[in-house]
Ligand binder design. Structure first.
Ligand code: PXG
Length: 297
């Protein structure tokens, strides 16, 4: 495996970062998780844009232009022979001293990893997930804004630990007022009377790229999509529920806090959106191997 690290493509054994890196010491940095499908990087420009927006908010100047970052991402895929895979871009504050002060860090550390995808078991998509809400609240925009995809995931990890302790793999996170906001690494949707409901990005969630794709696909299919605040009551009484994220794609939820959603099986709208998402993901994106694609055409 070849990893991009600060301007070089190095074997994974040499892809090492200082213990004084503030990404390691303080979780000071931003990242993106992307997917490649059928030789194309899915929503590359959207992910790169979100990365630079996250970086702007935390006043981290990425030492590459967005166009250079796109090129590096594609090149890292090529060097690893990736057609279908998972890509991680990490930009941390860089090496500093033991103090918090980011001004002590010289150059940000930039890492791109492209790896074969580890698919979730197909059974999960057939049977659906059972999830719980937990006591740990999703921090709001007044703390660490959930719009920033930062290296600080302890809020989400604490929620996941609570769920794991209760015997569940995933969580519906609530905000401080009890509104349902998102999963630990996924956005949430409900189906009600054939339309979709999902919390607005202003509710304190990550503006998920899979979320936006599902909103677009649903609207193209003529469905109503409302971005609106949801309580657990709304979720318990919805016809269907699902989570969206780069890693999980679209995953049905069939039970929430012991309440069965709909008839307890992944519903028709969710199934249709899973199909639509897979078809769209495999047919769009930025070519990793443009010459090969041209010669096939
Ligand atoms: N909310 C949060 C808090 C996330 O971290 C999403 C929503 C979905 O966003 P996208 O753009 O991926 O549709 C995320 C996704 C993983 C993993 O391996 C996922 C994320 C971060 C780290 C790991 O499941 N983020």
């Amino acid at each position: 495996m070849i990893v991009y690290l600060n301007g070089e493509y190095v074997p994974k054994e040499h892809a090492v970062v200082s213990v004084f890196d503030h990404g390691y010491l303080y979780g000071d940095g931003v990242f993106e998780g992307l997917r490649a499908y059928s030789g194309r990087v899915f929503k590359l420009a959207e992910h790169i844009r979100r990365l630079y927006e996250s970086a702007k908010t935390i006043m981290l100047e990425i030492p590459l232009t967005p166009a250079e970052m796109e090129a590096v991402t594609l090149e890292t895929c090529r060097r690893n022979g990736i057609s279908d895979g998972y890509i991680r871009i990490v930009v941390s504050r860089g090496k500093g001293d033991l103090g918090l002060d980011p001004r002590k860090c010289g150059r940000p550390t930039v890492v791109v990893i492209a790896h074969k995808i580890q698919l979730y078991p197909a059974e999960l998509y057939e049977k659906g997930l059972e999830v719980v809400s937990v006591a740990t609240r999703r921090s709001g925009p007044e703390v660490v804004n959930p719009r920033v995809k930062s290296l600080n995931y302890l809020n989400n990890i604490l929620a996941k630990i609570e769920a794991n302790h209760l015997g569940y793999a995933e969580v519906l996170m609530l905000d401080d007022r009890g509104f349902v906001v998102e999963g630990t690494g996924d956005n949430v949707f409900c189906v009600r009377d054939g339309g979709l409901l999902t919390p607005p990005t202003s509710a304190g969630i990550l503006a998920g790229i899979t979320r936006q794709t599902i909103i677009d696909l649903a609207r193209e299919a003529g469905m109503d999509v409302a971005e609106t605040l949801l309580t657990r009551h709304d979720v318990y009484n919805s016809d269907e529920c699902f989570l969206t994220g780069t890693a999980a794609e679209v995953i049905p939820v069939v039970k929430v806090d012991g309440r069965t959603i709909g008839d307890g099986k992944p519903g028709p709208v969710t199934r249709r959106l899973i199909e639509a998402f897979r078809a769209y993901a495999n047919a769009t994106g930025t070519e990793i191997y443009p010459e090969a694609a041209a010669s096939v055409d």
